[in-house]
Design a binder for this molecule. Structure first.
Ligand SMILES: *Cc1c(COP(=O)(O)O)cnc(C)c1O
Length: 376
């Protein structure tokens, strides 16, 4: 990956400075890549690095995918009619208040493209999801990072960072990679203080992993806030990360503008069919939630036993502190366990582990214990 000072091609040098300054996104290492690097069998590798659903996908989605494959010579429905109808009914929201994306990352990008230009500012928290700076910088706008408070968003400080140039504020709830959750009252009070001319992008990628009491009520708030965009995804609890489908919920005027900059066929036909079927399978989401609760308890008990500090998490991952995190990560990899180093989130002493199956969590804890013992 070349950074701005390593560009040799004459034409590539002509790209705007704000594009050349973008740091490439660092994803979780794919299983196949680690297998190649370490000479390991794919079967022995445990990947707990990208907050994927260890249960896979709903059997209903699986069936819908088999059906949809038969028709892939056709373009997808550019308006996602069936999916729009299903989401509209499920969340009691007007169809014209929905925007569909190639993953919810696409929703973040569509909002950025529709509303940001060079000279304006966005605000996001320290340790917040890495895609917020990416989509901001790609438009030439300036991202303003607000220091976190106990690894979570400091909403008071974020309000104080608003200037006449501020166009958008990103709020991840729960946040990735820290797993922190803002209270509903706190969030509502924040929204009431944000000027109506500033958009708030509320990223709720992990909402399905929240307990009933903690679940977001933000969709009901849309009637009060014209400037609120909520983003949701099928990548996490629904398990469709590889298909890429997510959606935004907002005022119809905002949705209209985001749809104008959207590629006409951004959500493929298999993803649309799988998403519709997934929405009809509450049982799968409940099982995913229950497995996650149990796995979170398993991992946090394991960390307690090993005397490791971790950040209490409301999502399907947890970040824990270890001495020599880079070296520990390298040893985990050598043993076929993939977790996520988060030094790029200004957390060099932490590793983030996604909640997996019971056996995967156990394997991770076992290998981690061996590594820590051998380091003593
Ligand atoms: C995983 C994640 C998403 C989901 O991204 P998709 O593009 O829908 O796969 C969005 N926001 C946050 C904070 C995430 O961690």
């Amino acid at each position: 990956m070349s950074s701005s000072n390593q560009i040799h091609s004459a034409v590539a040098k002509l790209a705007p400075e704000y594009i050349k300054a973008i740091a490439p996104y660092q994803g979780g290492k794919p299983i196949s890549e680690l297998a190649r690097e370490m000479g390991l069998q794919v079967e022995v590798i445990v990947k707990l690095a990208s907050n994927e659903n260890p249960l896979g996908i709903s059997p209903k989605a699986d069936y819908a995918i088999q059906e949809a494959v038969l028709d892939i010579a056709r373009y997808p429905d550019g308006n996602s009619f069936a999916l729009r109808d299903a989401v509209s009914k499920k969340f009691s929201i007007a169809p014209n208040q929905l925007v569909f994306g190639n993953g919810s990352n696409d929703i973040l990008e569509l909002a950025a493209r529709a509303f940001l230009t060079a000279g304006c500012e966005t605000i996001y928290s320290q340790h917040a999801f890495a895609v917020y700076p990416l989509v901001t910088q790609a438009t030439g706008a300036t991202g303003v990072v607000v220091p976190a408070e106990n690894y979570g968003h400091d909403l008071t400080a974020m309000l104080a960072a608003i200037t006449p140039k501020t166009r958008m504020i990103f709020v991840a709830n729960p946040n990735n990679p820290t797993g922190t959750l803002l209270g509903k009252d706190e969030l509502l009070a924040f929204l009431r203080q944000v000027p109506k001319t500033v958009l708030v992008m509320l990223d709720e990628a992990y909402d399905e992993y929240l307990s009933a009491a903690n679940k977001s009520e933000a969709i009901a708030w849309l009637s009060e806030f014209d400037n609120l965009i909520i983003s949701r995804t099928f990548s996490k609890a629904y398990g469709l990360a590889g298909l890429r489908v997510g959606f935004g919920l907002c005022h119809a005027d905002i949705a209209d503008l985001m749809n104008r900059v959207r590629q006409p066929f951004n959500v493929n036909s298999i993803a649309q069919a799988a998403a519709v079927a997934s929405l009809a399978d509450d049982d799968f989401v409940e099982r995913s939630y229950a497995l996650n609760q149990a796995g979170m308890a398993q991992l946090t008990q394991g960390f307690n036993k090993l005397g490791l500090e971790y950040i209490p998490s409301f999502a399907n991952f947890v970040s824990f502190a270890v001495r020599n995190a880079t070296q520990v990560n390298q040893k985990l990899l050598q043993n076929g366990v993939i977790v996520r180093p988060i030094a790029n989130y200004e957390m060099p002493d932490y590793l983030r582990v996604s909640i997996g199956l019971f056996s995967e969590n156990a394997r991770f804890l076992e290998v981690l214990e061996q590594i820590l013992k051998s380091n003593e």
